[in-house]
Design a protein around this ligand. Structure first.
Ligand code: COA
Length: 160
């Protein structure tokens, strides 16, 4: 029998964490006692921040919340087994996310049948937000204060 979850894992690249991610984390905490944010590298993405920098930013901006920040490499399902967790949180933005998310959820479930992916609809204010957009805007010196926490904004400034 599958154990009922009291925490869920929210995996992603988080390069960097945005207010859209923060919204998902906070709303997940209305459902789960605790959220484990799991940072990984997607080989298809060039990252601006190192693993440690991304983890540091997430820890800072989630202070006071029941959030643990960890990193993993390799398959998500292997990491979930290691953590003894069977719930993954993912966000859906525009319809364009659906295919990719659906594929990941189905493949993960076929490899690990006890696993459930919980999808939360992104808040309308962040529907078209992505980490890449934040980075693009920053390169052009645009005001990103409505899209990322202040600490992340400072780290981006330092990086550039
Ligand atoms: N608000 C704003 N932006 C959001 C968002 C939200 N609520 N939710 C997602 N995004 C954005 C992210 O900023 C990111 O933007 P970017 O593409 O510009 O970087 C994009 O949506 C999606 O990124 P993310 O959620 O970080 O996912 P990912 O595609 O980088 O990685 C993993 C997804 C980590 C879950 C997946 O790659 C994985 O499981 N990797 C491990 C290897 C594995 O098991 N592979 C087999 C999978 S079947």
């Amino acid at each position: 029998m599958v154990k009922k979850a009291d925490f869920a894992i929210y995996p992603g690249t988080f390069d960097p964490i945005t207010n859209g991610h923060m919204d998902i984390i906070k709303r997940s905490l209305n459902i789960f006692e605790k959220v484990v944010v799991a940072v990984t590298d997607n080989p298809e993405k060039d990252v601006m921040f190192t693993f440690n920098e991304r983890i540091d930013m997430i820890k800072k901006v989630t202070q006071g919340l029941n959030v643990e920040v960890v990193s993993f490499r390799g398959l998500l399902i292997d990491f979930l087994k290691k953590m003894n967790c069977n719930v993954v949180i993912r966000a859906l933005r525009a319809v364009s996310d659906f295919d990719y998310e659906f594929q990941m959820a189905v493949i993960n479930k076929s490899l690990s049948p006890g696993l459930e992916t919980v999808f939360l609809m992104t808040n309308k204010d962040f529907f078209y937000l992505s980490s890449s957009i934040v980075k693009q805007l920053s390169h052009e010196n645009a005001d990103i204060s409505q899209f990322v926490p202040k600490y992340v904004q400072e780290k981006i400034k330092e990086k550039l």
